[in-house]
Write a protein that binds this ligand. Sequence first.
Ligand SMILES: Cc1cc2nc3c(=O)[nH]c(=O)nc-3n(C[C@H](O)[C@H](O)[C@H](O)COP(=O)(O)OP(=O)(O)OC[C@H]3O[C@@H](n4cnc5c(N)ncnc54)[C@H](O)[C@@H]3O)c2cc1C
Ligand code: FES
Length: 413
Amino acid sequence: MTLWHLAARTDAPATGSEAERIAGALLNSVVGGSSEGSATSRRRARFHTLTVQDVRPLTADAIEVTFAVPDDLAGEFDYLAGQHVALRTELDGHEVRRSYSLCRPPRRSSGAASGPSGATVSVAIKRDQGGRFSTWAQSGLHAGDRLDVMSPQGTFTSALAALDEAHVAGIAAGSGITPLMALAATVLSRSESSRFTLVYTNRRATDVMFLDDLADLKDRYPTRFAVHHVLTREQRSAPLLSGRIDEQRLRGILDALVLPATVDEWFLCGPFDLVQLCRDTLADIGVEAAHVRYELFTTGEPGQERPEAGRPVEVREDEPVRTIEFTLDGQSGSVETPISANESILNAALRVRPDVPFACAGGVCGTCRARLVDGSVTMTENYALEQDELDRGYVLTCQSHPTSERVVVDYDV
Ligand SMILES: Cc1cc2nc3c(=O)[nH]c(=O)nc-3n(C[C@H](O)[C@H](O)[C@H](O)COP(=O)(O)OP(=O)(O)OC[C@H]3O[C@@H](n4cnc5c(N)ncnc54)[C@H](O)[C@@H]3O)c2cc1C
Ligand code: FES
């Protein structure tokens, strides 16, 4: 197990008082920065029903789905490049929620006319073999359909105060290209001197999502955008770009094509193993962790059943319990949880507030994030929060189990 793996799976208890101290010291360090208005400040995650405006095939097993955003919801769907939404529907009588990254640049950076009219949000969904939602979406979603879409969330966004002059690098695999499409277009459109270098790996050329859009970006920014396709099951003319990305190939690509010393910020999105390899290798060559952002779509543990929130837990009067207090949308709530149930804060909170935000329930998407204000918890898994967020006292409530008699969390900060 690597150091990063240890850091990502936080089993150590977090304490509220310590979290408060650190959070106080970093009071001005708002997640995502503050220069972009409502998209960056902590917005309440909430579902809204939107109409599908368009479904566009990207490959044989991937589609781009565009939702129309009505004028009165424009503020709710304001977003930063790199953020994601959760989609919710009912399949076979069960509620299904899945997260999808926004693939188009936000309107303000795409050069679209300002003002809310005509706003849209687009996601790209790749079919996961045997996957429930993604398989249904390929044939079940059509223009005119209505679907629940959560307001954009996530911190896989640029931490650079100014993108002028910046050289940003992205490494993506498969559907991991989705947030990087928005990031690349945003970085490139922001200034005449910013650069984006993308390394994108797929099995075959026919698996490459956004092939035409990437070519369009290259045409538009020939000197400032570089894209290097790596194919694992097909030969490319350059041997460096043919085959699985292992450490040797990665180092070769970095040295020859990306030039790490010139890069200001890194974005990694793909399977767990690839992201971990990139993080370890970048750390080894001296890239500071603070300049490396990453996002996982799954934990990468095959055959693992998807956890569902809402496990029924009965609170009996004669049983020892712990108390969970929380603030959501400015309103306080409280719920008791039997010690023997060892349930998560999210599971317990959903008993009294069905609108508590969550999507994956598996520690990956970060939608259930809240700040621990008092008490202590044990976090089982964490594939979503970065060290700076942990340091500021944030926890994933779907993975946090109270270890003190009373625990207080705040979803609004
Ligand atoms: C922040 C974030 C952003 C994301 N962005 C994107 C994006 O832009 N594009 C995209 O395509 N995806 C994205 N994802 C992934 C997406 O949310 C879904 O996880 C993905 O589409 C699979 O969902 P599904 O319902 O089709 O598959 P699931 O039904 O959840 O299944 C997932 C996998 O597990 C296997 N499986 C399921 N149940 C079992 C079982 N009982 N036993 C063994 N194996 C099982 C399935 O065969 C499948 O391979 C993102 C995820 C996150 C967290
Ligand atoms: S709901 Fe996805 S991390 Fe908790």
